[in-house]
Design a protein around this ligand. Structure first.
Ligand SMILES: [Zn+2]
Length: 631
């Protein structure tokens, strides 16, 4: 579910700081528990029953747009039954898949886990396929039929999701055309995505590192970009670029094919009204174009101020301009490091203190998560890196996965993931259909929680160096969300415009990329990462385009919520919980208007959030001034 890209590191002396292992036995005792097979069988049975209902609904499909209520009674009953069955099976399959992937995260070589994971994937695709006629029926039928369908309390909660789907009615093609697109996807966009994965996985770089020569893959080279030694970072960056240069024809073919395919599809869908290349990403983000424009214009007018983070970092690293290999440079050490690691128990109580400052219930939630062993924090060589929050649907229990070894970054990851867990916790009594929120709203509780704990850590910092390290990370967030993500959006927009005319050569892609970097970073960068279009996976994801602006939205929206904390005082907590509860049944604009009285289509809301972000940059300036560095 939610992924937070903070990686963790464990050192031999980390034992006393290490986090606990989680307890998932409330779901299944083990991967060989008989209940797993029983559930699989139950899900398979439901799929059979579902198919029986779907066959009835399928008969309505050829005339679905014109059929009247009186002639649709049988279809409606079958659609309701099918929906109930679909949700039942979905819960089982989700729990199995989550249980398996949790086990795989702790030990990626676990064969039983892999087996269960693959099986649940197969059941899932069978389930979607079986339900497909009902999906189409509910999307394309008349309003009258649709509202009649919703009269059954068992399916009433599906209203919002279905209404969102129904917004796409005028751009839906005929059944045979839609089926053709799905059938061609495997060897079309999906295949381009596979090629990208294979390509990036097979590139081997020969790096001339300060410690000697090394042959490494792209992922390993990327982790070197966080090295304290600039020579390591530079060699890694140049190696990555050289690696992609060698494959630039393939990488540009992938990008051009994906965008070309989408343009073609959008054109076919434009039979009633023109479909823009931003329509699909905006729809899945559940925001409208005016909101995106307002956000981007506020971010753009703050550009100079955001660039200040880059100038400060340059000074701290002893430079006048940053280079592309400085983006992930760690905070420089100006004084002897003191022990800043926290034991897991200390981290929990610190986060609980922070959360309690909003409301005692939030602090109690943190303690409950720890007490119930719903957090995986051990240090292990077989564990996959990073952290995420997930959950079991039937027992309504969240889980957090990470590696905890005591570092401040890990405390922040824990605070972040606990925010996600809290979000799902306050939604647990809602119908399953209302649990699913878009990426734009998914980071609200996590970044909110992280911001609260961050301020608390800053207050309690043991040394100026520790304070600086925290500010360094915060300033990196400001730069990432207010400059780096906008670069990606600008690049993709320009590229999609140009791609309408013709495929873009690697030289042309480099030119668009460079232009986009300059537009946002101005002169704060000495060079531009001109191969970023190839190196960043996000541009080559087959299932979705513009996988960028929702990040900036999520960040600024969460800070906007944070800004209301002092303004609303005691009224804040209930408003906050209600806001979170509505994230799966309203658009982002509706959520903001109802709970914050904010209009997302106007830049003002965004300006407030940007001000909070830039306060973090201001703190960095103060922390650096303490070490005699002025910018
Ligand atoms: Zn997150």
């Amino acid at each position: 579910m939610q992924q937070h890209p903070e990686s963790a590191s464990g050192s031999p002396s980390s034992a006393k700081f290490e986090g606990p292992s989680w307890d998932n036995s409330t779901v299944y005792k083990s991967l060989s528990a008989p209940e797993i097979a029983m559930d699989t069988e139950a899900a398979a049975k439901i799929v059979v029953q579902l198919k029986e209902q779907a066959v009835i609904v399928e008969k309505a499909i050829p005339t679905v747009r014109t059929i009247v209520l009186n002639d649709a009674k049988d279809y409606i009953v079958a659609a309701r039954n099918a929906t109930v069955l679909f949700v039942d099976a979905l819960k089982i399959v989700s729990d199995q898949s989550t249980f398996a992937s949790c086990a795989m995260s702790v030990d990626s070589s676990d064969a039983l886990a892999k087996d269960l994971y693959n099986k649940s994937k197969v059941t899932y695709s069978r389930l979607i396929e079986a339900y497909n006629p009902v999906t189409l029926f509910l999307k394309l039928c008349s309003q009258e039929i649709f509202y009649d369908f919703l009269q059954d309390p068992r399916v009433a909660a599906e209203q919002f999701n279905l209404e969102q789907e129904r917004l796409l009615r005028d751009t839906t093609l005929s059944l045979s055309e839609e089926n053709l697109i799905i059938a061609l996807n495997n060897n079309g966009p999906s295949a381009w995505g596979t090629l990208y994965g294979n390509l990036s996985g097979s590139i081997v770089l020969d790096l001339d590192l300060p410690k000697g020569n090394a042959k490494v893959g792209l992922a390993q080279a990327a982790s070197m970009l966080q090295d304290a030694d600039e020579n390591v970072r530079r060699v890694a960056y140049q190696g990555i670029n050289k690696g992609w240069r060698t494959h630039e024809e393939s990488a540009s073919s992938i990008l051009n094919a994906l965008a070309g395919w989408r343009h073609e599809e959008y054109e076919r869908r434009s039979y009633k009204k023109p479909v823009h290349f931003l329509d699909a990403p905006l729809h899945s983000a559940r925001i409208n174009k005016a909101t995106l424009d307002a956000m981007l214009s506020a971010v753009s007018e703050a550009k100079n101020e955001s660039q200040r983070a880059m100038r400060l970092k340059a000074k701290a690293l002893g430079k006048t301009q940053l280079t592309p290999w400085d983006f992930f440079a760690p905070c420089p050490q100006f004084e002897k490091p003191v022990e800043t690691r926290r034991t897991y128990a200390d981290a929990i109580s610190l986060i609980a203190d922070g959360y309690s400052s909003v409301h005692p219930e939030m602090g109690e939630f943190v303690h409950m998560m720890a007490k119930k062993n719903w957090i995986e924090g051990t240090v292990g060589s077989k564990k996959r890196p990073g952290g995420y929050c997930t959950g079991f649907i039937r027992s309504k229990e969240p889980r957090i996965y990470m590696t905890y070894a005591g570092g401040t970054n890990e405390v922040m990851t824990l605070a972040h993931e606990l925010g996600h867990a809290f979000h799902s916790w306050v939604m647990r009594d809602l119908p399953f259909a209302e649990w699913n929120y878009p990426m734009t709203l998914a980071e609200t509780a996590s970044i909110f929680g992280e911001t609260i704990v961050n301020n608390m850590v800053l207050e309690r910092a043991k040394s100026p160096q520790e304070k600086l390290a925290i500010c360094w990370t915060k300033a990196r967030d400001a730069e990432a969300f207010l400059l780096n993500i906008p670069v990606r959006f600008t690049f993709e927009s320009k590229f999609y415009e140009k791609r309408k005319e013709k495929a873009q050569s690697p030289d042309e892609l480099r030119a668009i990329m460079t232009e986009s970097w300059r537009e946002w970073y101005g002169d704060t960068l000495s060079d531009c990462d001109e191969m970023f279009w190839a190196n960043k996976l996000h541009f080559s994801i087959p299932d979705l385009s513009f996988y960028n602006f929702p990040y900036t939205f999520g960040y600024l929206f969460a800070l906007g919520v944070y800004a209301q904390k002092d303004r609303l005082g005691a009224g804040f907590y209930p408003a906050y919980v209600n806001l979170l509860r509505d994230t799966g049944r309203m658009t982002a604009e509706e959520v903001a208007s109802k709970h914050l009285g904010a209009d997302l289509t106007k830049p003002d809301f965004w300006r407030d959030s940007i001000r909070i972000s830039q306060a973090g940059v201001h703190h960095l300036a103060e922390a650096l001034a303490g070490f005699g560095i002025k910018a």
